[in-house]
Design a protein around this ligand. Sequence first.
Ligand code: 6PG
Length: 246
Amino acid sequence: MANLVVYPDRHSFIDGTADFIVDLVAQAIAERGRFTIALSGGGTPRPIYARLATAGYRDRIDWSKVRIFFGDERCVSPDDALAGSNYRMAREVLLDHVALPPDHIHRIQGEIDPVQAAMIYEQELQALFRTSTFPTFDLICLGLGDNGHTASLFPGTAALREQMRWVVPQYVEVMATWRVTFTAPLINAARHSAFLVEGAGKAEVLWRVLEGPYQPDVLPAQLIQPVNGQLHWLVDAAAAAKVRPL
Ligand code: 6PG
């Protein structure tokens, strides 16, 4: 069952999504003593992560019990300010500003060979979650590209068909770049998966994904159908302009 929340404007989208995350942190720690979250990259989540680092939000989270992961990464160095590392973005606006134990931040090594980076990350997850089945993240944050991709699951790529691996490398022709990404079955094992979608530029693709025909090779975001977890669409009114209420 999906849950669609439409915030009236950008400001309430940012605050509402930050509140959503704070609530899930408290619930997970109360129930299981920890909170595991996979962050998404790109531009949409940046102000949300920054909000979580402000006094009114960071003080509501017990960071000592939070573990940070990444749902995908661009294969670039985190030291390159202009390359667009998802880890670098999160570190700049959030991770450097809260009391997270350093070993609770699990980044994908974008600076090394993508095949190696995917294998190393998958091994790190297996060691941490100690399960041979897909691990259950408390929350996986997801973006929605205007071409329907999410994480680094891009249209027409082999990664869309991966059913065994947790993390795979993927060369993205349309961007002439390598990515490392969670696979759809890993994302679908999450307790909560939340698409964060904002802006009029996403209205068409959000409508196609939610109300158009099921065509996941064209719209990979449609692959995200949690097995036991909950799917959340947290969007602003501009992005939801073409969407009927669920
Ligand atoms: C990335 C993201 C990607 C992103 C979408 C939306 O590494 O780029 O993980 O999946 O979420 O491309 O990006 P925007 O929020 O910038 O539109």
